[in-house]
Design a protein around this ligand. Sequence first.
Ligand SMILES: O=C(CO)COP(=O)(O)O
Length: 249
Amino acid sequence: MRKNIVAGNWKMNNDLAQTEALITALKNQTTSSNAEVMVAPTFTNLFQAYQALKTSNIEVIAQNMHFAENGAYTGEISASMLKSIGVNTVILGHSERREYFNETDELLAKKTDAALAKGIRVIFCFGEELADRKSGNEETIVGNQIKNALFHLEAAAFQNIVLAYEPVWAIGTGETASPEQAQDMHAFIRKTLADKYGNDVADEVSILYGGSVKPANAEEIFSKPDVDGGLIGGAALNAEDFFAIVNAF
Ligand SMILES: O=C(CO)COP(=O)(O)O
């Protein structure tokens, strides 16, 4: 079902003590927002965060996982391992994974399959680079990222998929896509889904925007009809800022 979602991606930030302090600060925030709230700590703090937040309304999610069930993949984490500590949602395809760890559409299709097979919800990220937008290719790039990694799936799989449009040029740069740019791309994404799976599927998928979302711009971005929430980086590391964004819903 289409929901409003605000997810904090903590990336490779915060040691254990800092994670505990941020969680305490998050628990002190109050909200009447109708958005689902999630945070994604680093793997070393995932279990601790899950334990600390399991009785709260904040879901603890993972930033990545491997496609294999187990085996000789030094340094990797499987879907079952996430499940075993209570984590039921994973971010896949973040542009930092694509850029620094060479994650391809093909690999992401395998990771998505592995997550869904274990009943793990996927927040699937994609987005164009600045050069793509400058040359007017942003829709082609985004359309292909979605088709290549997800269009082998059955329609029912999209009940467990959230899409996150994160233009690379807006991540950590302070430069946000304008609310109109976000809406235009989100409408294109929904149409891309509708063309393949029909309106019933497309209308039910939540599509998040990510890239320099801040308390000052969240409300306007979230007010757009095809923007169902945000994936928040830098501003999610501060509990007050993060909840100011949550409260934009
Ligand atoms: O990459 C992001 C979330 O996954 C966005 O990061 P910033 O909010 O820091 O731009």
